[in-house]
Design a protein around this ligand. Structure first.
Ligand code: ZN
Length: 255
């Protein structure tokens, strides 16, 4: 694999327009459970006898906010109990050194920001778990950790409305700004696309891969497992982001 890392390093060094797409595998290296979208924390049914896709849905947050929040709280605790890893930090460094490097993430843990990613070039396609906001008055609330110690759902200290995270629940639309940013950047095209720990191949992952190939750009994937997209990329590096990305960076920016 060392030769493949060197090859990817050469390609990254030459590229200007870069898109890094990250998924659950990257957060799994931080010790977070892998989940598909918001789901796979639980396989099958919750103790209430419902699929996780139903309890973590927009309609459930409206109808039974305490039940929806029971599972949002588990996600919240998992994220608060872990932290960004060497893979996140390597991606943030790449962004700082490559002024046209964008990051598109499926992850909601906010670790790219914590690792120092350039916020203007970060697209969080499934939103983020914090800060919470009030569904009634819109007030922002930065006390996620404190709320998780209290009865759920968390309430707005200003108006008593129910708080929620700016995350995309099942049956909710992807954020308009994220989609608009992505399309605007795709129109300009990318020289290089790197998939990191993504599992599910949503259209917003497949399309950039196909488009980058079609335009003659380089495509690569870092993932210990083979995925739906492994055969669509030029180079598949079967390793963990945590190990491969820092090595990659050391080859590119040696001086
Ligand atoms: Zn309020």
């Amino acid at each position: 694999m060392e030769q493949d890392i060197l090859r990817l390093a050469r390609e990254v060094a030459l590229a200007e327009r870069i898109l890094v797409i990250t998924g659950a595998g990257l957060s799994a290296d931080s010790g977070l459970p892998t989940y598909r979208g918001l789901g796979g924390l639980y396989n099958g049914l919750t103790p209430e006898g419902m699929p996780i896709e139903r309890v973590l849905s927009g309609p459930m947050l409206r109808e039974k906010p305490a039940l929806c929040w029971k599972y949002l709280a588990e996600l919240g605790k998992a994220c608060l109990n872990a932290q960004p890893n060497a893979g996140h930090f390597a991606i943030a460094e790449l962004q700082r050194r490559k002024p046209e490097c964008w990051v598109l993430t499926q992850n909601i843990d906010g670790y790219h920001r914590l690792a120092g990613c350039v916020a203007e070039r970060l697209i969080e396609i499934h939103g983020e778990l914090a800060p919470l906001f009030c569904q009634s008055c819109g007030r922002e609330d930065r006390e996620l950790e404190a709320h998780l110690q209290r009865p759920l759902p968390p309430l707005c200290p200003q108006c008593g409305g129910i708080l929620r995270p700016p995350v995309v629940l099942f049956e909710e639309m992807l954020p308009e700004k994220a989609i608009a940013d992505l399309h605007q950047q795709l129109e300009q095209g990318f020289d290089l696309l790197l998939l990191v720990g993504t599992t599910a191949s949503f259209p917003y992952i497949r399309e950039p891969v196909q488009q980058t190939r079609w335009r003659g750009g380089f495509t690569a994937e870092i993932n210990p497992a083979f995925t739906d997209l492994s055969q669509s990329v030029v180079l598949h590096l079967p390793g963990r982001a945590l190990d491969v990305l820092p090595k990659l960076m050391s080859h590119i920016f040696r001086h």
